[in-house]
Design a protein around this ligand. Sequence first.
Ligand SMILES: Nc1ncnc2c1ncn2[C@@H]1O[C@H](COP(=O)(O)OP(=O)(O)OP(=O)(O)O)[C@@H](O)[C@H]1O
Length: 907
Amino acid sequence: MCSVQDGVKQARRCVIVNGAAPAAKRFQVSSIPIHPISLANAMPFSAHPSSRIMSRVSSTGSFVPLTSKSASRHPTARPTATATSVAGQDIICAVSESRGVSSTVGLAFINLATAEVVVCQICDSQIYEKTVTKISVFEPNEILFMNTAKESKLCYILQENLPDPIFTFADRKYWSDKIGHEFLDRLAFRNEVDSLKVILNSNYFAACCFAAALKYVEMELERAFVSHSLRIKFEPSQGSMTIDLATVVSLELIQNLHNTKSRDSLYGLLNECLTPMGARLLRSSILQPSTERVKLTARYNAVEDLSTKEDMFVSVRQALRGFIDSDRILTSIILVPTKQTVQYVEQSVNNVIMLKSYVSSIKNIHQALGAAQSDLLLEIREHRALDQLMAETLNESVTYQSKPLDLRNQRTYCVKTGVNSLLDVARQTYKEANEDAMELVERLAGKGSTKYDTPRQYYICIQSDHFEALPEEFINVYRKKNRTECQTLDLVKLNQKITDAHHEVISMSDQTIQDLLREVCTMVAELFRVSEAIAMLDILASFAQLATSYDYIRPELTAKLAIKAGRHPIRERIHSSKFIPNDAYATPQTRFQIITGCNMSGKSTYIRSLALMTVMAQIGCFVPAQYASFPIVHQLFARVATSDDLDANVSTFAAEMREMAFILRNIQPRGMVLVDELGRGTSTSDGLAIAVALAEALLASHTLVWFATHFHDLARILSERSGVINLHLAANISEDASKMTMLYQIAKGPVPDRRYGLALAKLVDLPPAVLQVAESVSETLDQLARQQNCNSRTVVIAKKRRLLLSLREQLLIARKSAMDDDSLRRWMIKLQDGFSASMATLELDSDDVKLDDHPVISEETLESESFETNATTSRQFPSKRSSTVEPIIINSDSESASSDNESVVLV
Ligand SMILES: Nc1ncnc2c1ncn2[C@@H]1O[C@H](COP(=O)(O)OP(=O)(O)OP(=O)(O)O)[C@@H](O)[C@H]1O
């Protein structure tokens, strides 16, 4: 029988080799587009694509699937193909897009391993970051596009950013919402058809993709789902936190950055799941944490229930142990090949045996949840798959076995005795043939033993020294280290007899099994719901396990972030010494937190721990702290220092600017942003300037920001801004900077001692001569800086003074001129704006400000303007001014007051 995987592979071969479906009835597919597309202007983050595409064409002359890393990638692109993989699954994704400026993208994902369909419709920007992120979460193997969209920007961007999946192009006719509705009528769970119809009606593009993906499975993979068996979910854009893939990678949410096999990631830490369904649900929950308060509160209640009732917790974990992958079993029952084979019949019996194990395991869950009180656990307990049906047809003792001989025996005795008398006779033949084989081997081998494997079936295994020379009747001889494996002609004949008997049993069981499966298919919706409930129970029990083992506490959901003694969940586990907990507090009034501190003082660890705890809280998990309250965060972005993006061949600076641009483009007020060491890849002054500008933009977005930096001037410049607070990670540095102790404690204000670089250098044993030079250079630089500071302050004061004097002069000229009221008002407003702007520039930084650059109106301009006004109005300067002009009072500062003691009053 052709497996699902084979089917997918076969389909892929067809796309890759031929570029078109082999048979007329097949889904009409074609290869990837080969024309260069001019998107340079539309895509600020990506290199022009033409060079890469052209080189691909010239080297091969025909279609080659895109598997290599792109030269330049979307900020959300993952660094490795398997960065977020949990288990290999076959997932087909269909994509469609609205025409016009506003991009509405429809998506449908079919998971062929778990028979689950997820449809969504996204309103996206012109660079499709939400679409890229969504597709990356599902990691499809194959993406279906319309032929007509081959050269679209969306297609190009997906190819650039998702190098792993195969892109298949098919006729536009398969993207038909009408076909989508027909599929829905036929395949959705009966009780869900109506509600899903409403959804697909209002999400045209999602409906089209749904149709295309299912058509592809039917026509190209030659598989079909049985009626009313398919789990179909609509995932709206709302309801979950958006985390771009770059953040997933840099925060190590799914995989450790340095060692892909390590469990030191959030997923690795939280994955105490005992079932494959639970592990899958946990992974998707981490990638899309919930923003629904009700859902989260229900999960907290359930975790609390489980973690406080030890007996219930132990029996739930016990019941979850050994659960087989119910999603896969149910899928193989409902996803049947369009052509049926002998292997399929045999597989059906296997499926039924596995289903029986699954159904009987559910009973244990039901019993284990006897003491549950939380609504969610009670709801899970309510799900009971009926096992009556199984009991009527199947032998009670039948269970799923993994060894081939045991499995064959289970298959043979699967159907109850008495259901079919001919079947009972065939089974007797099977039993007798087996006994004959055993007897024969015993007689031949003496001290040897009977072994079984699928290709040879029964064979004899004897110690090599048992016979001096092997008897001639032994055939198919294999000599291994200290044993010999062989058969005799009689044994081969008996094996054949047993196989025939087994096939007869299977074909006689088939009718009964197919009847049973048909019945099962009518209950498949309930069985899938049970499977989902078990997955949820598994992750809740996992959270309860963590809460009790590591002292996690139940978080609250409020408007502010307040954490007492919070810990980094991963670091605290791998730390050899004790991890120092820290507090955090952020409200809209303290939404922008600048974190300074020595190298290695724990800045990154601190800000990362806040993001990780937020994600944990929003998947329903307790958090490592003494007290924690979180606002519900809708977007999480982290621009944290990692290694250079070598794959994409971009410099550190370009990479961080690209990521920051992405964040600024997408951030909204209910977001959370972590920025770590921004501007390290360029000159100090440029780095600072860019950091200030980006910080200002983030501040204006009203989102929660933690900004870890070594730019102390950033802390100084922004310290007066509303919403900004300065914090630092404390360290003790001895007087002579020869000793440095990290306290890892968050404290108020910017870091007090700036010479920590030297102190740290001393600790790492730099040669004394080098240190001496460094110290003296540092001393000189400090002095220069002090002088410069002093100088620049003097320059600023002088400039301010000149500004004021110039203002006074202009006012005096204005008094002598003959402007009418309106002209005067306009002129004064212009003067006021210019003056304020110049003063503000001087406040910020004096170095580059030249008085000549000031936008204050010069004498000439003023004169020309007043002359012009005079010319047009021919009126004298009015003695009585309009009362609508607000008085502007400019007090000269102390220095300027020395030259002109009076305040200049404009009325
Ligand atoms: N609260 C803590 N308790 C104990 N150890 C900690 C704590 N925070 C951080 N550390 C340890 O200190 C080391 C440095 O931490 P981290 O990388 O966060 O410092 P940093 O200030 O960001 O450094 P740099 O400025 O050089 O990037 C890490 O090995 C980490 O495990």
